[in-house]
Design a protein around this ligand. Structure first.
Ligand SMILES: [Zn+2]
Length: 202
Protein backbone atom coordinates (compact mmCIF):
# COMPACT_ATOMS: atom_id res chain seq x y z
CA UNK A 1 0.00 0.00 0.00
CA UNK A 2 1.15 3.51 -0.76
CA UNK A 3 -0.39 6.95 -0.36
CA UNK A 4 -2.85 8.06 -3.07
CA UNK A 5 -0.69 11.09 -3.95
CA UNK A 6 2.84 11.19 -5.34
CA UNK A 7 3.79 14.07 -3.07
CA UNK A 8 2.81 15.18 0.40
CA UNK A 9 -0.85 15.30 1.37
CA UNK A 10 -3.03 16.05 4.36
CA UNK A 11 -6.13 14.54 5.91
CA UNK A 12 -9.08 16.91 6.14
CA UNK A 13 -11.75 14.50 7.38
CA UNK A 14 -11.37 11.17 9.16
CA UNK A 15 -13.20 7.89 8.71
CA UNK A 16 -16.10 7.61 11.17
CA UNK A 17 -16.74 11.39 11.42
CA UNK A 18 -20.33 12.46 12.01
CA UNK A 19 -21.91 14.57 9.26
CA UNK A 20 -21.92 18.36 9.64
CA UNK A 21 -25.40 19.80 10.38
CA UNK A 22 -27.66 19.79 7.34
CA UNK A 23 -25.62 17.08 5.60
CA UNK A 24 -26.86 13.51 5.28
CA UNK A 25 -24.46 10.55 5.18
CA UNK A 26 -25.94 7.36 3.77
CA UNK A 27 -24.45 5.24 6.57
CA UNK A 28 -24.67 7.93 9.27
CA UNK A 29 -20.91 8.41 9.40
CA UNK A 30 -18.06 9.25 7.03
CA UNK A 31 -17.17 5.96 5.35
CA UNK A 32 -13.87 7.15 3.89
CA UNK A 33 -11.00 9.50 4.54
CA UNK A 34 -10.74 12.92 2.85
CA UNK A 35 -7.32 13.94 1.62
CA UNK A 36 -5.89 16.98 -0.12
CA UNK A 37 -2.68 16.97 -2.13
CA UNK A 38 -0.12 19.54 -0.92
CA UNK A 39 2.68 19.27 -3.46
CA UNK A 40 0.89 17.44 -6.30
CA UNK A 41 -2.79 17.05 -7.18
CA UNK A 42 -2.51 13.84 -9.20
CA UNK A 43 -4.20 10.88 -7.54
CA UNK A 44 -2.49 7.51 -7.88
CA UNK A 45 -3.47 3.94 -7.09
CA UNK A 46 -2.59 2.84 -3.54
CA UNK A 47 -2.17 -0.78 -4.62
CA UNK A 48 -1.74 -2.90 -7.73
CA UNK A 49 -5.10 -4.21 -8.89
CA UNK A 50 -7.87 -4.16 -11.45
CA UNK A 51 -10.21 -1.31 -12.40
CA UNK A 52 -13.74 -2.45 -11.49
CA UNK A 53 -15.68 0.74 -12.29
CA UNK A 54 -15.16 4.16 -13.81
CA UNK A 55 -18.22 6.35 -13.39
CA UNK A 56 -19.92 9.60 -12.50
CA UNK A 57 -22.32 10.08 -9.61
CA UNK A 58 -23.72 13.63 -9.50
CA UNK A 59 -25.26 13.22 -6.02
CA UNK A 60 -22.29 11.67 -4.28
CA UNK A 61 -18.93 10.54 -5.53
CA UNK A 62 -18.67 12.72 -8.67
CA UNK A 63 -16.07 11.25 -11.03
CA UNK A 64 -14.92 8.06 -9.37
CA UNK A 65 -12.90 4.92 -10.00
CA UNK A 66 -13.03 1.61 -8.13
CA UNK A 67 -9.91 -0.56 -8.06
CA UNK A 68 -9.83 -4.01 -6.49
CA UNK A 69 -6.49 -4.58 -4.80
CA UNK A 70 -4.61 -7.70 -5.91
CA UNK A 71 -3.02 -8.32 -2.53
CA UNK A 72 -5.43 -6.88 0.06
CA UNK A 73 -8.61 -7.91 -1.76
CA UNK A 74 -10.04 -4.54 -0.70
CA UNK A 75 -11.83 -2.34 -3.22
CA UNK A 76 -10.51 1.22 -3.17
CA UNK A 77 -12.84 3.98 -4.36
CA UNK A 78 -11.30 7.28 -5.48
CA UNK A 79 -13.93 10.06 -5.64
CA UNK A 80 -14.62 13.68 -6.68
CA UNK A 81 -11.95 13.73 -9.42
CA UNK A 82 -11.85 16.76 -11.74
CA UNK A 83 -12.63 14.69 -14.87
CA UNK A 84 -13.49 11.15 -15.87
CA UNK A 85 -10.50 8.88 -15.45
CA UNK A 86 -8.79 7.54 -18.58
CA UNK A 87 -8.59 4.08 -16.99
CA UNK A 88 -10.83 1.50 -18.69
CA UNK A 89 -12.79 -1.03 -16.66
CA UNK A 90 -10.86 -4.31 -16.51
CA UNK A 91 -7.46 -2.64 -16.83
CA UNK A 92 -4.70 -3.88 -14.54
CA UNK A 93 -2.84 -1.10 -12.78
CA UNK A 94 0.33 -0.96 -10.72
CA UNK A 95 0.61 0.80 -7.37
CA UNK A 96 1.30 4.44 -8.22
CA UNK A 97 -0.55 4.44 -11.56
CA UNK A 98 -2.18 7.83 -12.16
CA UNK A 99 -5.98 7.61 -11.79
CA UNK A 100 -6.89 11.25 -12.28
CA UNK A 101 -6.65 14.76 -10.86
CA UNK A 102 -8.08 15.85 -7.53
CA UNK A 103 -11.31 17.75 -8.09
CA UNK A 104 -14.63 18.87 -6.62
CA UNK A 105 -17.24 16.91 -8.60
CA UNK A 106 -20.28 15.32 -6.95
CA UNK A 107 -21.47 16.27 -3.48
CA UNK A 108 -18.63 18.38 -2.09
CA UNK A 109 -17.96 21.78 -0.60
CA UNK A 110 -14.39 21.95 -1.90
CA UNK A 111 -11.70 20.07 -3.78
CA UNK A 112 -10.47 16.87 -2.16
CA UNK A 113 -10.13 13.14 -2.62
CA UNK A 114 -12.66 11.00 -0.79
CA UNK A 115 -10.86 7.66 -0.48
CA UNK A 116 -12.79 4.65 0.64
CA UNK A 117 -11.76 1.01 1.13
CA UNK A 118 -14.43 -1.68 1.11
CA UNK A 119 -14.18 -5.32 1.97
CA UNK A 120 -16.69 -7.97 0.99
CA UNK A 121 -19.19 -8.84 3.71
CA UNK A 122 -22.00 -11.24 2.82
CA UNK A 123 -23.96 -9.84 -0.12
CA UNK A 124 -22.60 -6.35 0.29
CA UNK A 125 -19.44 -4.70 1.51
CA UNK A 126 -18.31 -2.82 4.57
CA UNK A 127 -16.06 0.23 4.74
CA UNK A 128 -12.75 -0.05 6.57
CA UNK A 129 -10.64 2.79 7.95
CA UNK A 130 -8.22 4.02 5.23
CA UNK A 131 -5.72 5.21 7.87
CA UNK A 132 -5.40 1.65 9.15
CA UNK A 133 -5.15 0.24 5.61
CA UNK A 134 -2.49 2.79 4.61
CA UNK A 135 -0.55 2.64 7.89
CA UNK A 136 -0.87 6.37 8.56
CA UNK A 137 -1.65 8.25 11.75
CA UNK A 138 -5.42 8.72 12.20
CA UNK A 139 -5.53 12.48 12.72
CA UNK A 140 -6.25 15.47 10.52
CA UNK A 141 -3.28 17.41 9.18
CA UNK A 142 -0.29 16.40 7.10
CA UNK A 143 -0.10 12.65 6.64
CA UNK A 144 2.41 10.88 8.86
CA UNK A 145 3.37 7.24 8.66
CA UNK A 146 2.70 5.15 11.75
CA UNK A 147 6.03 4.43 13.44
CA UNK A 148 6.90 0.78 13.62
CA UNK A 149 6.91 -0.51 17.15
CA UNK A 150 10.28 -1.59 18.45
CA UNK A 151 10.35 -5.18 19.53
CA UNK A 152 11.32 -5.53 23.17
CA UNK A 153 14.05 -8.07 23.65
CA UNK A 154 16.63 -9.08 26.27
CA UNK A 155 19.75 -6.97 25.94
CA UNK A 156 22.80 -8.67 27.43
CA UNK A 157 25.22 -6.68 29.55
CA UNK A 158 28.72 -7.67 30.66
CA UNK A 159 29.59 -5.73 33.79
CA UNK A 160 33.14 -4.65 34.83
CA UNK A 161 33.41 -7.68 37.19
CA UNK A 162 32.45 -9.95 34.19
CA UNK A 163 28.98 -10.61 35.59
CA UNK A 164 26.42 -11.08 32.82
CA UNK A 165 22.92 -9.71 33.14
CA UNK A 166 20.02 -9.33 30.69
CA UNK A 167 17.75 -6.30 30.68
CA UNK A 168 14.57 -5.60 28.67
CA UNK A 169 15.28 -3.15 25.88
CA UNK A 170 15.52 -2.92 22.15
CA UNK A 171 18.27 -2.94 19.58
CA UNK A 172 18.20 -0.86 16.43
CA UNK A 173 21.00 -0.57 13.85
CA UNK A 174 23.34 -2.34 16.25
CA UNK A 175 22.71 0.22 18.95
CA UNK A 176 21.01 -0.82 22.14
CA UNK A 177 18.59 1.37 23.98
CA UNK A 178 17.79 0.54 27.55
CA UNK A 179 17.10 2.47 30.69
CA UNK A 180 20.05 0.59 32.21
CA UNK A 181 22.42 2.02 29.62
CA UNK A 182 21.31 5.56 30.45
CA UNK A 183 21.84 4.86 34.12
CA UNK A 184 25.32 3.39 33.60
CA UNK A 185 26.35 6.32 31.45
CA UNK A 186 25.05 8.70 34.10
CA UNK A 187 27.25 6.85 36.64
CA UNK A 188 30.17 7.52 34.27
CA UNK A 189 30.76 3.94 33.21
CA UNK A 190 32.01 3.37 29.67
CA UNK A 191 29.31 1.58 27.71
CA UNK A 192 30.44 -0.27 24.60
CA UNK A 193 28.94 -2.80 22.22
CA UNK A 194 30.72 -5.92 20.98
CA UNK A 195 28.04 -6.86 18.49
CA UNK A 196 26.22 -9.11 20.94
CA UNK A 197 26.68 -7.68 24.40
CA UNK A 198 26.75 -4.31 26.03
CA UNK A 199 30.21 -4.20 27.56
CA UNK A 200 30.46 -2.02 30.65
CA UNK A 201 33.80 -0.84 31.94
CA UNK A 202 35.06 1.83 34.31
ZN1 LIG B 1 -15.34 12.13 2.20
Amino acid sequence: MRLPYKGRCRITKLFGSKPPTGVHYKYGYHTGCDLVGITDKMIVSCEAGQVMANGYDADGWGNYVKIKGAESGLTAIYCHMAARSALAVGKLVAAGTVIGREGATGQVTGGHLHLEFRKKAGDGSTAVNPCTVLGIVGQTGEVEEVEEEMEITKVKFILPNKTKIAVDGFISDGVNYTAARKLLEALEFKVGWDGTNVVVSK
